[in-house]
Design a protein around this ligand. Sequence first.
Ligand SMILES: [Zn+2]
Length: 125
Amino acid sequence: MTGRGWANCVEQAPSDGPVIRKSGRYKNPTDDPEFASKALVICNAAVERLRGRIARDWPKRSHKPDAEGRTVHPLLNRDLSKERHCLHCETVSSGAQMAAPMWHCPKCNATPLDIFATPFWRGAV
Ligand SMILES: [Zn+2]
């Protein structure tokens, strides 16, 4: 959501909080707590709709682990795995842990493109 000299940004990752950007050149309505609160409600509703559309485009198995706890990666090679490894912080997560934040790393918030079934960067495992 934007206006002259300000923007409310809510990112795709559910763990990301909203960011309010201001230019400082204009009188800013986001300085009014009531305006900022109402704008945030509108932004959050919009981002929830967006997250729903994204989830509908992804395979069901990417957010619903099978009986063995395995999920498929929603964007990359759609490999089936019980574990996911973050390229950035090397956190190992289960499929359910990855599904909740829409495949962003639960620890460092890395994007789904940096989440893999195996830690190939460590060499042969
Ligand atoms: Zn991470």
